[in-house]
Design a protein around this ligand. Structure first.
Ligand code: ATP
Ligand code: MG
Length: 437
């Protein structure tokens, strides 16, 4: 007889001993499920196999079964993933007759997957050959009589099965069936958790690979371009020195254009090289006093500050976890921009700092020409500028380098601005821990 198990209620009995037994059994079931949950919470440090092994062992023990098995649906069919107890010997003689079962209704495991329902066969001997050809063969070989199969349900599909079998005709009780269904749920959680974790790992690895490749490409391209460029540059210089005002005015113009194009190419290549080096040449992140870094940066900008009558102020600056050279590059680029993209009035620049949980949020605010919010993202891309060389000089690498530096420090960089209203560049950097200031 084949019975599809309805959701049941525990068997009712008046006898106290029986109640006590039931209580002990419930406790044992609870202990087993929480033990498996404990193993699941150790994923992914512990592997999926450990979880499935534990489930098979507990299922065999608590369902008083000779064999408990967990199978998973794979390309070739249902494959045994974990078991506890002796496996039946297949016709071919090797252990594991269930090693690959087709996912169709001819086997008990296959049927549980196809129907996505629990299958309880009280006595296999009473079943017909037509109904379960594989299970019948099994019964003849190893004497299996009672089988309980629960599908591992996830969304609209079954990922596999968990089954227990006995050699005596003794149907499984309602609490045993409920327990096996709980184990099935736990196996699904473990399988899905592992799959998602693996997917995340794969994607991260792919992303890291493509980033490294890009960096390598930028480095090789810029590095190897320098050599031929140097040659071109030398000859153009020679031309300029030897033949200036000797041919005609047009030749002078051509030579002049060549010289400035070569210079510009130098700048572009060096900028690209600097960009590719943020990731490859970075130093360790160590406690760094922002105030000291800023001092150096201001020294470098002293002439511009004087010439533009700029006033730069700042909040008390914290010690952060950073690569000092890169933090300097970051401040230098942001302050350099704030000075460069000034309006009619002398620049007024303020560096604000706020602690927000595990990071410091810096805000470099200026009173310059501002940026149309439509370009708030584009300006961070390599060689993207909003102005011509004649209006403002530059190659458009500054903010791309800034973004890469901040990302390398585990932070974020963004801008808030309106045209004519000045701009505020925000970036975050990690704090040292709880005790820093
Ligand atoms: N503080 C600012 N105020 C207004 N516009 C800005 C500001 N900072 C950046 N921008 C705009 O963003 C663009 C990109 O800036 P970025 O620093 O990347 O390049 P750049 O200054 O043009 O050249 P580089 O920094 O490579 O010399 C600039 O061309 C400018 O249009
Ligand atoms: Mg710049």
């Amino acid at each position: 007889m084949t019975i599809l198990v309805p959701p049941g209620t525990p068997t009712d009995t008046a006898q106290e001993t029986k109640l006590r037994q039931q209580l002990a059994e419930a406790r044992a079931h609870q202990a087993a499920t929480s033990e498996i949950l404990r193993i699941i919470t150790r994923l992914p440090t512990t592997d999926l196999q450990a979880v499935l092994d534990a489930i098979a062992a507990q299922a065999a023990r608590l369902c008083h079964a000779r064999l408990a098995a967990v199978s998973r649906v794979e390309k070739g069919g249902l494959r045994l993933a974990a078991h506890h107890g002796a496996l039946p010997v297949s016709r071919a003689g090797e252990a594991g007759a269930m090693a690959r079962t087709p996912v169709d209704r001819t086997s008990v495991n296959g049927r549980a997957v196809v129907d996505r329902r629990t299958l309880h066969i009280h006595d296999l001997a009473a079943e017909s050959e037509d109904e379960f050809p594989t299970a019948k063969a099994l019964q003849k070989r190893d004497g299996t009589r009672t089988i309980l199969v629960v599908p591992l349900l996830h969304d609209d599909s079954a990922l596999g099965t968990i089954s227990v079998r006995r050699q005596r005709v003794r149907p499984f009780t309602t609490p045993e069936i409920a327990l096996l269904e709980t184990f099935a749920d736990q196996a699904v959680v473990a399988i899905e958790h592992t799959r998602l974790f693996q997917e995340l790992e794969d994607r991260t690895a792919a992303l890291e690979r493509s980033n490294a490749e890009l960096e390598q490409f930028a480095y090789v391209a810029s590095h190897d371009l320098q050599e031929p460029l140097r040659t071109v540059s030398s000859y153009v210089q020679l031309l300029a020195e030897r033949y200036a005002s000797r041919i005609d005015a047009r030749a002078d113009r051509y030579i002049g254009h060549s010289v400035s194009a070569v210079e510009r190419m130098y700048t572009l290549i060096n900028d690209l090289l600097a960009y590719s080096r943020v990731g490859t040449r970075g130093r360790d992140l160590v406690p760094t006093k922002t105030a000291n870094v800023l001092d150096h940066v201001l020294e470098g900008l002293a002439t511009t500050i004087r010439e533009t009558a700029a006033e730069i102020t700042w909040d008390p600056l914290p010690t952060v976890r950073a690569d000092a050279t890169q933090l300097g590059q970051l401040l230098q680029n942001l302050l350099g921009n704030a000075l460069k993209y000034r309006g009619e009035r002398p620049p007024r620049i303020h560096i604000g700092v706020q602690r927000q949980g595990g990071h410091w949020q810096f805000a470099v605010r200026d009173n310059g020409i501002g940026i149309d919010p439509a370009y708030a993202e584009r300006i961070f891309l390599v060689f993207q500028r909003l102005h011509t060389q004649d209006e403002y000089s530059g190659t458009g690498i500054g903010l791309a380098i800034c973004e890469k530096i901040v990302e390398r420090h585990g932070g974020q960089l963004w801008v808030e601005s309106q045209v004519g209203q000045g701009a505020t560049f925000f970036f975050t950097l990690p704090t040292l821990g709880d005790d820093d200031g």
